[in-house]
Design a protein around this ligand. Sequence first.
Ligand code: AMP
Ligand code: MG
Length: 460
Amino acid sequence: MTTQSSSDAQSASQSASRSDSKSDFQPDSQPDSQPNSPPASGHASALSLADAQALALRVAIPVDASETVPLRGALGRVLATDVHAPFDIPAYDNAAMDGYAFDGAELASAAPDGHVMLAVAGAAFAGRPFDGTVPAHGCIRIMTGAPMPAGCDTVIAQERVSTQADAIRFAARDVPRGANCRRAGEDLARGACALAAGRVLRTADLGLLASFGVASVAVRRRLRVAVFSTGDELREPGEPLAAGSLYDSNRPMLVAMLERLGVEPLDLGIVRDDPAALEAALRDAVAARADAVITSGGVSVGEADFTRDVMARLGDVTFASLALRPGRPLACGTLAPADGDTRPALFFGLPGNPVATAVTFHAIVRPALRAMAGARTPPPALHAALSTHALKKRAGRTEYLRGIATRDVDGTWRVAPAGSQSSASLSGLSAANCFIVLGHDAGNVDAGAPVDVLPFDGLI
Ligand code: AMP
Ligand code: MG
């Protein structure tokens, strides 16, 4: 770790008496909360992350409409139905390497020195089968992927034979019967379920579907999710920064996160801290038939008062103080559907501090949107790594530190906190390659102790 916050240095001196030389790491050098924030995380009234995730999943009703899309463009889409192999894959026995194909029974005719001699009767190439008959004590030259000729079940690799005029000679022990031959149906038998409904299509899946000869696939319809930022202090790029203002970083980040999820974002811009403007923006999002609406900012206690009134008019939204750091305030629920529509829109009011926005998105919004999209995928896997630093952690809330995980020469994964852990510090999030996830019940972590890490790779 190259950067440490001032509080790290402070806690390093406090921990000087420890046997290890590592400093204690203070997760957040600045308090998340403003003076009028909701009760501190870990407080009895705070909602645990698991309960918040369950609350979000409860209101995330999967979409059932589907559409057929070309394979090109299906990456990341959610498969609508099971897909079965329409025929054996591979469809015919074929050579797994360049060499010579023969009937494995010939191996029994090896000379006393253990060698087999076969006459070369022809050749088979991928796309150009040998359609003759392979004579007794004969073989054919065969290339990878070429169909095995009738009566042949074994291929000897070309580098294991010596060629003599129109014959080959090789040691029988070099090739067991059946070697180097890919059997029809050995990958997938006709009718086998190759991909299950709910699968989020990956690149290899598209290759697999293409091998079935299909050019298109049925997928669930794409979610449409409206995003806007709230705050009088927020500015758009190109606008001058007046004193006390800052550029809106949450919205571009959230839009990108949604794109990563295969969701169509609907960018509704910046909404001022004004109940009428907030209500109009929410009504616009619902009228645009958004499946979900994500806002950032405006849900901390001081601001939540008017947000709460607006929400009460438009839907059924719970305001929670989360036992999660960063990411204390959260509003989650549904907005009543527009006229003529039956599905309510999901609503997530995320905290305004950018790292809190990112953490609540990944921990709460992402799984809910995945479920709503019809995806049946396991949550991203946590990995174990040894913490390079002692970490201060209060039991009774989940903490997501930003970490940099690296692999030692001896193969051990270690993780160090990445720069500033302030919930406002996007540079810390940007420098990190993983979250260090300290579970709800966990307490302080000793240097060298194992912790869970959630790699960003493909996630952020
Ligand atoms: P709030 O949740 O509205 O109380 O905002 C908490 C902090 O996050 C404040 O410092 C805001 O200025 C900041 N913030 C809120 N929204 C954004 C945004 N879209 N981009 C960057 N910072 C923001
Ligand atoms: Mg605000």
